[in-house]
Design a protein around this ligand. Sequence first.
Ligand code: EPZ
Length: 419
Amino acid sequence: MQKLVIEGGNRLSGELNIQGAKNSALPLLAACILADGETMLHNCPRLSDVYAACRILGSLGCECKADVNDITVKALSPCGCCVPDELMREMRSSIVFLGAVLGRVGECSLSFPGGCELGPRPIDMHLAALRKMGAEITERYGLLHCVCKSGLRGADINLGFPSVGATENVMLAAVRARGVTRILNAAREPEITDLAQFLKCCGARITGEGSGAVTVEGVEKLHGCEYSVMPDRIAAATMMSAAAVTGGELELIGARASDLGAVIPVFEEMGCRIYTYSDRLYISRRGQLSAVSLIRTMPYPGFPTDAQAPVMAALATACGTSMIVENIFENRYRHVDELARMGASIKAEGKVAVIDGVPRLYGAKVRAMDLRGGAALAVAALGAEGITEISDIKYIDRGYESLESQLRALGAKARRESF
Ligand code: EPZ
């Protein structure tokens, strides 16, 4: 078992290269199944979720080689169609392999991804869309078996909610389907655009990505390509929270202002100064942080749910009362009780969390309950008085490349310990 040990009180300063986006690298790795030949992905983050995706590719018969931040994938024929249960359980987002395997092989078996630490994670929209494209899907004893022997066909898909995963799954199923697929009420996250650009680099015909209406014209074949994963906007928001909490000044290289449209105004309302350039963002904080009256998490381009926890950690010691409404996931306040152990004064009821800023937090022994909640505890620890120990950091390692090394490089007293 490992824990992060962080001694608070140091201002962070310096420049940091923002890691590649976990939530883009994962669908891009799944998409490699659809491309004949070799694909090289640059700027892949070194994360346990990424390595889990590589193991799934391996179980499907693909050759997958990781070399620091470069991952090479060779999709060989015939491609397997069964994802082992233990691999499905490692990572909830492995459901995105369904569309890719169906699109390549016309058959796929995998276990239901099930809920996770954020609450139930239904896939009803994924399955309804794939059925409309001709897949016969049976669900029994937690297993999904999908068959489409005559190959998937294009269809008009209207998503009841702009689900990121469902949009990605339909895109992956559609690129080699017969005919045209139109996805209405599609997710507009930058990761969707990144996936579309990658697929077009492989020869796919896609328009409308980033708008609410994506059109995919199916093609016979896709070829391998070389592509660089977009920067991780949530990692950038997490580091912005760290700068805000410590009163530091950071230069986040790779952070794209266009991905952070709803995030930057929140930090400006907190009292941070932000300058953005084409390939970086500069953030500094002088004086006391101010509360933010209301943050509502929404689908992109609204405020991202994944930034909710790290920003809450910054608001815990802001002057005044802040309110957050979590509209995306049912159970995304599990970091509140852990922050309370550090002296935070936060009341969470249903979707709403009310944060009464306190003068300071204190170091404590806390537990990461999920990925972004764990990152929030690290952010809180940076500004707390004394030493914080964060256990269950396997959650943090799913989404942040050696968080303690990144923070140490910016002046934090942070280390990883086994126990
Ligand atoms: C992606 O999850 C991200 N994960 C999440 O990041 C992110 O929080 C989420 O999108 C929202 O932006 C990856 O990309 C790997 P959704 P996903 O489908 O695709 C409901 C992180 O911390 N829903 O947009 O699972 C669902 O229950 C992770 O990096 C259905 O009801 O999100 C949720 O309430 C956490 N039925 C809402 O939609 C469905 O068929 C949004 O889910 C699908 C989704």
